[in-house]
Design a protein around this ligand. Structure first.
Ligand SMILES: [Zn+2]
Length: 118
């Protein structure tokens, strides 16, 4: 799938707490995302929440020196960066299924190469 924003699952995961991420992942997997729109760097979405209520999301995505920044607002009681925002982001990547339980290995790069001449 085309990814105009070069957003990755890891970018999303990094900016939400684990509980919010996994609930959003569940929403995306269960096809709760009704609509996704993209206008420049602003993504809009509509997600069916608990009780069948539809919540609307407006998600600003920007890239800075420290990577992708996600700033999502929602019409649900949480109001910002909630599971609905996660669901829309994941659905936009088309990776809701791929982001299943295959836990990524701890990708911790070595801090320093050490001192070869010590
Ligand atoms: Zn929400």
């Amino acid at each position: 799938m085309h990814q105009p924003l070069l957003l990755t699952v890891e970018d999303i995961r990094r900016q939400f707490d684990a509980g919010t991420f996994s609930r959003g992942e569940d929403y995306a997997r269960r096809d709760k995302v009704l609509d996704i729109g993209l206008d420049g760097d602003t993504m809009t979405g509509a997600v069916t929440g608990s009780g069948g209520k539809v919540y609307l999301q407006v998600i600003e995505i920007s890239s800075g020196r420290r990577g992708i920044r996600i700033d999502g607002s929602c019409t649900c009681p949480v109001m910002e960066n909630c599971k609905h925002v996660v669901a829309v982001l994941l659905a936009s990547l088309g990776q809701a299924e791929a982001a299943s339980e295959s836990a990524p290995g701890a990708a911790v790069p070595p801090e320093a190469p050490g001192l070869p001449f010590a």
